[in-house]
Design a protein around this ligand. Structure first.
Ligand SMILES: CC(C)(COP(=O)(O)OP(=O)(O)OC[C@H]1O[C@@H](n2cnc3c(N)ncnc32)[C@H](O)[C@@H]1OP(=O)(O)O)[C@@H](O)C(=O)NCCC(=O)NCCS
Length: 180
């Protein structure tokens, strides 16, 4: 999968490779308690943002997934992409986050359309899944609007600083995406 990083463009967004010069924007996004509380933890320190940027960039370099930087009007406003892929099962997990100042405008929903297209058509997924904390209502609404279905609650599924917590599993199948 590695090679030339695929840039995806829409009228509104450029989805492109993250670089080390995105650190300031990434720190601002992940340093917001509003963003991280949806993920069940406190805001990232500068060092944690450095580590997160490294992890997100490494996905593509290690053939373990892909994470695009979502650029709008020349500014990095969030990131999204796939990780935890299972090639034989033709599935991948969707992850995303948007800087808090950009919430409430449906921006990530729009940015995820070309990402799901890419997942189904280029990465050949048959299934895209996403795991959310139970109280992540915005994300749940966003996924439903994209056509994801809620499958159920996974008990004690995700490690957090407070121990293991339940998560909701959502999925979108290629046949349902095609039919939209
Ligand atoms: C998930 C995220 C990208 C959504 O961003 P957003 O800009 O708020 O998304 P939208 O504007 O599309 O809003 C999503 C929906 O939530 C609804 N919503 C808004 N505020 C809400 C609230 N307080 N409670 C519940 N739903 C709410 C909106 O009405 C919208 O539904 P609609 O389109 O039917 O009106 C953003 O909240 C985020 O970055 N969260 C942290 C990261 C995260 O949770 N990632 C997912 C796990 S991988």
């Amino acid at each position: 999968m590695s090679g030339i990083f695929p840039v995806l463009r829409t009228e509104e967004f450029t989805l492109r490779e993250l670089t080390n010069s995105d650190l300031e924007a990434i720190s601002s996004i992940w340093g917001s308690p509003k963003v991280t509380e949806e993920l069940g933890r406190g805001p990232f320190s500068h060092d944690e943002s450095v580590q997160m940027l490294y992890v997100l960039r490494s996905l593509w370099e290690n053939d373990a997934g892909i994470r695009w930087g979502v650029e709008r009007e020349g500014k990095l406003i969030g990131t999204c992409g796939f990780h935890n892929m299972n090639n034989s099962a033709k599935r991948g997990e969707l992850g995303y986050e948007l800087g808090y100042e950009f919430w409430g405008r449906g921006l990530m929903r729009k940015a995820l359309r070309p990402v799901c297209d890419y997942g189904f058509n280029i990465m050949r997924f048959e299934r895209i899944e996403a795991f959310l904390n139970l109280d992540n209502e915005r994300s749940s609404a966003l996924l439903k609007k994209l056509g994801f279905e809620m499958e159920g609650v996974l008990r004690d599924y995700a490690p957090t600083t407070k121990g293991l917590i339940d998560q909701i599993c959502f999925s979108l199948l290629k046949r349902d995406w095609k039919a939209q």
